[in-house]
Design a protein around this ligand. Structure first.
Ligand code: ATP
Ligand code: MG
Length: 449
């Protein structure tokens, strides 16, 4: 332990004694911890290992919020953890850890790790030229484990042995002050793992915290580093950013910190070039809806989210293709092909989501046929509901004809007889079809897929 503590940076000295907050002085109670997480903690502890609840679970409980999931840290090695739990699996390349599964709940158990600099003595740890960590399997002590975590508020440990909270990084103070502070040197820590920039924004939005200025300063400076992150990992992060219940706020912060561009460059470009505000409103409104649905425990799907996020570049491109004489349907399909091909280099999108996303787009021009067999077929299309919701959003934000949306709303509300009458009326839509004086030459077309 260093003699002169005043010489050290409080956020980067593992030798500094931790603050221990005994049970009577904090509000984390076992009643709020999932029974499965408790089971894991007790079994590790009974087998002679240290066992702590750590990360978002402790953070959220200290804030009086309900945690999304529970993570456990221990001095047991991955194989030892695996041996203790029949229902467990060893996973991960970058970090080797153990998932203990109870039905749908997974408790993530990780072994204490250390943060070493470039060090030939630790071939288990590798960084690339920009300082990014590629592998990180050097085991360490609890103190070392605390310092390799991202934010101070994420590095608090709840000790199952005596129910105290252990704080090595002044996380409790930052929690009280509503500050998101990267542990150690922000420049270095963001370079180690640029995804921490996205995490900063996500937690700030979710918790209503401020990003501490020294941490915040580096984000726009280093945002380019996200280009090196594999698209599959960014897909996972995008879901957490936009399907976590705080998407609207997160979107604003992503724009503010120049991060949105790194994920959806074509959308950012389309939004930036637009004279009218409606495309931005469209995304913002859709995200507010998403947040509302999550708050009401209604389902949200990644394909709808991506349909929203990529719509503006697809729509613009389709408009150009249509102005060159292509049918609405072909223009939409080709625009989708083009935008998706380029976008996938940034953020992955598994086919099970990209297929329905594209269907939602492809059905948009088909709404222009208000009656007749085509309209009837559209009503029965398996993706009708999502496509209709999408149309309503477009209409609400001024990009599609509100009368058209109202027509399709009514068509669903009326009884079978009236629906029949509406559908058998001649399609009088073509004259008043486009509100925004679209550049298209040919009317709607069938839009068949
Ligand atoms: P939530 O689960 O509510 O989204 P969380 O803080 O629990 O938030 P997880 O992704 O579950 O986030 O990670 C658990 C913990 O692991 C974090 O709290 C943090 O201590 C550590 N951690 C996760 N990702 C990183 C990272 N990229 N760099 C450093 N530490 C990380
Ligand atoms: Mg978590």
């Amino acid at each position: 332990m260093p003699k002169d503590l005043s010489q050290t940076n409080p956020q980067s000295d593992p030798a500094r004694p931790a603050t221990i907050i005994p049970r009577p002085d904090h509000n984390v109670s076992r009643q709020q911890i999932s029974p499965n997480a408790l089971k894991v903690l007790y079994r590790l502890n009974n087998a002679g290992f240290q066992a702590y609840l750590v990360g978002g679970g402790v953070r959220d409980l200290l804030l009086g919020r309900e945690p999304k999931d529970f993570d456990v840290a221990t001095d047991a090695r991955p194989e030892e953890i695996h041996d203790l739990f029949r229902n467990s699996r060893l996973i991960g390349r970058r970090f080797r850890l153990v998932h203990v599964r109870y039905g749908r709940e997974i408790i993530e158990v990780s072994t204490f790790r250390a943060l070493h600099g470039e060090d030939d003595a630790h071939p288990e740890r590798h960084t690339d030229d920009s300082g990014r960590i590629l592998r990180d399997n050097v085991f360490g002590s609890l103190a070392e484990d605390a310092f390799r975590r991202d934010f101070t508020v994420n590095a608090l440990y709840y000790n199952i042995a005596d129910f105290s909270v252990i704080d090595h990084v002044d996380g409790v103070r930052d929690l009280r002050d509503g500050l998101l502070r990267l542990i150690g040197d922000p420049d270095l820590r963001f370079r180690e793992d640029p995804v921490r920039m996205l995490r900063a924004v996500r937690f700030a939005a979710k918790l209503g915290f401020r990003i501490e200025p020294r941490t915040a300063k580096f984000i726009p400076e280093l945002s380019d580093l996200l280009r090196d992150i594999p698209p599959a990992r960014l897909f996972e992060e995008v879901l957490k950013l936009f399907l976590g219940g705080y998407a609207a706020q997160t979107f604003e912060e992503l724009l503010r910190y120049d991060l949105f561009r790194q994920l959806f460059p074509f959308t950012e470009e389309a939004l930036a070039h637009e004279e009218n505000a409606f495309p931005l409103t469209f995304v913002a409104r859709a995200l507010e809806n998403t947040d509302k649905r999550i708050a009401e425990d209604r389902p949200v799907t990644p394909f709808f989210l991506f349909a929203v996020l990529l719509w503006e570049p697809v729509r613009r491109r389709a408009e150009v293709l249509e102005s060159q004489g292509m049918s609405a349907s072909d223009a939409m399909r080709i625009a989708a092909d083009e935008v998706c091909a380029r976008q996938l280099e940034f953020v992955a999108l598994p086919r099970r989501f990209s297929t329905p996303m594209r269907e939602v787009w492809q059905l948009q021009p088909r709404f222009e046929n208000r009656s007749g067999k085509r309209a009837l077929r559209l009503l029965g299309h398996p993706r009708f509901r999502a496509a209709y919701d999408f149309l309503v959003l477009r209409a609400e934000t001024g990009e599609a004809d509100p009368d058209l949306a109202a027509h399709w709303t009514k068509l669903q509300e009326v009884d079978a007889d009236e629906q029949h009458t509406m559908l058998s009326q001649p399609d009088g839509t073509k004259a008043k079809r486009r509100r925004r004086g679209g550049r298209r030459r040919k009317p709607g077309g069938d839009g068949g897929e």
